[in-house]
Design a protein around this ligand. Structure first.
Ligand code: CA
Length: 185
């Protein structure tokens, strides 16, 4: 379902991965991806194209204090550990530069309320799966039963985020959609 990301063309997504993403993917991440590809819930992990964007953000912001909510295969956790400087480390007190959220969608808004307060001004939050397998733009009767509850939560979340004055956002249609938030005050 989501192994092709949001692009409806398998060929195009394959092209992007093979031409742009895999050549730069660190070796340990390739191994995690290979291990989780055979798992039946493989599509829940962070997609490598989204991972590439996250690596870029971590480097550009010089993030040191990082937090992850919802660790599925550890792909993004390992990515962060490989990317942030050696004196930076994942922590769990306040003042974060970067927070990645890929937990239960029904609680995304609750996490957001807590995480915004833990974030430094100009800190970044990345939310995964914010296009929910493309279902956000489909009419409900066309959405498979298994996606319905998550879809309702994600729709509500996306709407709330776009009007939250504390953050500026960028919805990046990578993987299953990631929303990048920067705390403005
Ligand atoms: Ca995910």
């Amino acid at each position: 379902m989501a192994q092709n990301g949001l692009l409806q063309s398998d060929e195009l997504y394959k092209y992007i991965l093979e031409t742009n993403v895999y050549p730069q993917e660190p070796e340990p991440l390739k191994e995690i991806r290979a291990l989780t590809a055979s798992h039946q819930l493989f599509f829940m992990g962070t997609s490598p194209d989204a991972g590439q964007m996250i690596e870029m953000l971590l480097k550009l912001t010089g993030a040191k204090k990082t937090l992850e909510l919802g660790v599925y295969t550890g792909y993004s956790l390992l990515l962060t550990a490989l990317t942030i400087p050696e004196d930076g480390k994942p922590e769990n007190k306040g003042g974060f530069d970067y927070v990645y959220v890929d937990a239960d969608k029904i609680n995304y808004l609750n996490y957001h309320e807590k995480v915004v307060k833990l974030l430094k001004v100009n800190g970044i939050i990345v939310y995964d799966n914010t296009l929910w397998y493309g279902s956000v733009a489909k009419s409900e009767d066309l959405v498979p039963e298994v996606l319905k509850q998550g879809r309702t939560s994600v729709l509500q979340f996306n709407k709330a985020l776009a009007t939250d004055p504390r953050v500026k956002i960028s919805m990046a249609p990578l993987g299953d959609g990631i929303t990048i938030c920067r705390r403005v005050y």
